[in-house]
Design a protein around this ligand. Sequence first.
Ligand SMILES: [Zn+2]
Length: 160
Amino acid sequence: MLKIVKYPDLILKKSSEEVRHDDKSLRSLIPHMVETMKKNQGIGLAAPQIGISKKVIIVTEGEEAHAFLNPRIVKQSKEKERDEEGCLSLPGLFMKVSRAKQVEVAAQTIDGAKVRVKARGLGARIFQHEIDHIEGKLIIHRVSPLTRWKLRNQLKNLPR
Ligand SMILES: [Zn+2]
């Protein structure tokens, strides 16, 4: 039950559905996502990665994991930062991805509260990575065609 959906599963390419905070399935989905993320040593996770096409993400800050519903980036710094990124759905693959240094995210919590979160550095990177997931994008779609081409053999031989 704690399995991660891996590339090239089609669910990872789909834009996920918006959720309502009173959707009862979230009560079990969120703890399940947190557990799966931790078991796999992740620092973020999006619902499609466990096979659920809903706009729910988990973002780790320090030791704490926070769940956000329907997150979207409302502001981002022009300044970018390139850093190595991996993804639990692309095991063993790491690549330099350029991301905005700072973002502001609008989302909902499980209690239905509307929140705005400002994040920078690693936190901003995790938000951008997970929000990409719920829009059907992976890190391989954030690198140059040349980088993707260089990774083609590794992509074909990913562990399932
Ligand atoms: Zn990922």
